[in-house]
Design a protein around this ligand. Structure first.
Ligand SMILES: [Zn+2]
Length: 254
């Protein structure tokens, strides 16, 4: 299989691990916002259920490393979400970064790695520890790839899940090729991790879209080598119309 067309951007979902932590995550989500309680049978299995912040919320952002110029550039890109979602990001890096709801590191993990906890799950993470890692933007926030990664990870921080794992998604995966690709470098994922990060679909309660949106910022780039040879999805660098509409729906302005 040629890997030439496979983009290196990799985003690994982060979830609280363990039954007690997941129960606590559900509690925190419900305390933040009553309609986060809209879960279903699958949610009891723990990774599902909504993690949205209260609409109108001011979310403090603390950067744990990186230059101030980079911090400003990242928030400038991430601010596109707040044109649609009724949320405000406030940079508290110079005052109390460890008390921020969203704590961002660029170089705590290998450079290519980007991830974020989902929405209110960030409340569960020990203060001082990152809730988001932006390896893809460590060298700057001006390339389309870096902008795409920032918007994608902030999408998770707002509680949005991967588009390719939405219940409306029906990607014709080539399972053998998928496992071969992600079990090799640089990911070295187990079959369980591949199932969790790529193949598994969320229950309807946890997902945002009623139909699959190939332009969503929350979609992984998917090359033809990993599907039936026909289906492919390109890397998206900006919010789609559906992303914007959904952000406005979840976080309405009153
Ligand atoms: Zn992701």
């Amino acid at each position: 299989m040629s890997t030439a067309s496979i983009h290196p951007f990799v985003c690994i979902d982060r979830f609280p691990v363990g039954v007690a932590a997941r129960q606590r995550a559900h509690e925190l989500a419900r305390r933040e916002r009553a309609d986060n309680d809209r879960t279903d049978q699958l949610a009891r299995l723990a990774l599902d259920g909504q993690r949205f912040w209260q609409s109108g919320r001011v979310l403090r952002v603390g950067f744990l490393d990186g230059s101030r110029a980079l911090h400003r550039a990242v928030l400038n890109v991430a601010g596109e979400w707040t044109l649609h979602a009724n949320l405000t990001f406030v940079d508290v890096t110079e005052d109390a970064p460890s008390s921020a709801e969203l704590r961002i590191a660029f170089a705590k993990h290998p450079p290519s790695v980007s991830w974020s906890y989902f929405g209110t799950d960030a409340l569960l993470i020990a203060s001082g520890e990152p809730t988001m890692h932006l390896g893809a933007a460590a060298a700057g926030a001006s390339t389309p790839e870096a902008c795409g990664a920032i918007l994608h990870e902030f999408g998770h921080a707002l509680g949005f899940v991967h588009e390719h794992q939405s219940p409306a998604s029906a990607i014709p995966w080539n399972r053998a090729a998928l496992i071969s690709f992600y079990s090799g470098p640089p990911n070295y994922w187990s079959e369980e991790q591949i199932e969790h990060n790529v193949i598994r679909r969320y229950s309807a309660a946890a997902s945002q879209y009623t139909s699959f949106d190939p332009l969503s910022i929350m979609l992984y780039p998917i090359p033809k080598e990993l599907t039936d040879g026909v289906f492919e999805a390109r890397l998206n660098y900006s919010l789609s119309a559906t992303d914007c509409a959904f952000a406005a729906q979840v976080y309405p302005r009153r």
